[in-house]
Design a protein around this ligand. Structure first.
Ligand SMILES: Nc1ncnc2c1ncn2[C@@H]1O[C@H](COP(=O)(O)OP(=O)(O)OP(=O)(O)O)[C@@H](O)[C@H]1O
Ligand SMILES: CC(C)(CO)[C@@H](O)C(=O)[O-]
Ligand code: BAL
Length: 279
């Protein structure tokens, strides 16, 4: 496994591979790797010749400075996970490597930018697309893999790729969960034992909605899920919605496809997100 810290070194490693017409995959991450990230690498390995994983805690997508400051950075653990997963290249740049000078970034990501996560983390998707564009320019991948856990992020990245007309295929990969259903997330490390128990209500409420999607109306499903969450101590709901999977607007027509239930909540001091596709 090669560990690379600069764009120049990355380009000189990857350009001959690209010229030899080998397929290059990119798995962008912010580190603190878990089985969810490994699953993205494993899916990438099935579809490409060379897998590059980037680890970069991107400051421009954080809207809460405390969230950025306490973001976990367990470097040795990450290197071992990537080595064990058989990752070919790790790209781990510094902040100045990615942002050598002040820059203005703003692109039109469509109206869904301002909904859900975009409403609670203002400017978040400008920061995400800014760094993903830089990573795509540095790696020049044929294909890039993202988790469905960040459902809105995948939509925003697809919109960014369309905006710049970039020749990169974007693949959304299934959510990997703990045995009891909690979606794996780097931020789960911040949960206390009580939070960890309370956090289960998120996947349970989503599971309830998924299991009962044909039997009940959307307002009934939302009411029941809302009740489940508000009856759980220590959980403060930001949103629970049943939405059109393309516009992210609340969906009323059950025949539309895809429909997705999305949730975000603060569990103790930790903000978690999760979702399930319903049809
Ligand atoms: N449980 C999961 N299953 C599948 N993919 C995941 C999972 N968790 C994260 N990913 C994906 O891994 C990629 C890198 O995510 P990131 O490094 O932010 O990890 P994270 O666990 O989502 O952390 P965070 O606490 O920031 O939400 C993203 O495309 C994300 O959607
Ligand atoms: C895509 C990403 C690596 C960009 O910083 C980040 O938003 C993430 O980890 O999901
Ligand atoms: N996994 C999405 C990145 C973030 O929360 O900033």
């Amino acid at each position: 496994m090669k560990v690379i810290n600069t764009i120049a070194a990355l380009k000189s490693l990857l350009e001959p591979i690209k010229l030899a017409q080998q397929k290059i995959a990119l798995v962008p991450t912010m580190g603190a790797l878990h089985k969810g990230h490994v699953s993205l690498i494993n899916i990438a390995q099935q579809q490409a010749d060379v897998v590059v994983c980037s680890i970069f805690v991107n400051p421009t997508q954080f809207t809460d400075p405390k969230d950025l400051e306490k973001y976990p950075r367990p470097l040795e653990h990450d290197m071992k996970m990537l080595e064990d997963a058989g990752c070919n290249v790790v790209f781990m740049p510094s902040v100045t490597e990615m942002y050598p000078r002040p820059e203005v970034w703003h692109i039109d990501l469509g109206p869904a930018e301002f909904l859900l996560e975009g409403a609670f983390r203002k400017g978040h998707y400008q920061g995400v697309t800014q760094i993903v564009k830089k990573l795509f320019d540095a790696v020049n991948p044929d294909i890039a893999f993202f988790g469905q856990k960040d459902f809105q992020q995948v939509l925003m990245i697809k919109n960014m790729v369309a905006y710049f007309n970039m020749p990169v295929e974007i693949v959304s990969c299934p959510i990997i969960r703990e045995e009891d259903g909690l979606a794996m997330s780097s931020r789960n490390i911040h949960l206390t034992a009580a939070d960890r128990k309370n956090a289960l209500v998120l996947s349970r409420a989503l599971g309830y909605v998924q299991d009962n999607f044909t039997a009940h109306s959307i307002p009934e499903l939302l009411k029941e899920a809302g009740k489940m969450i508000s009856n759980t101590p220590g959980v403060v709901l930001d949103y629970f919605t049943i939405a059109n999977g393309e516009t992210l607007l609340p969906e009323e027509d059950k025949t539309h496809h895809p429909i997705v239930a999305l949730v975000a909540a603060r569990v103790g001091q930790t903000r978690l997100i999760d979702n399930m596709i319903l049809n």
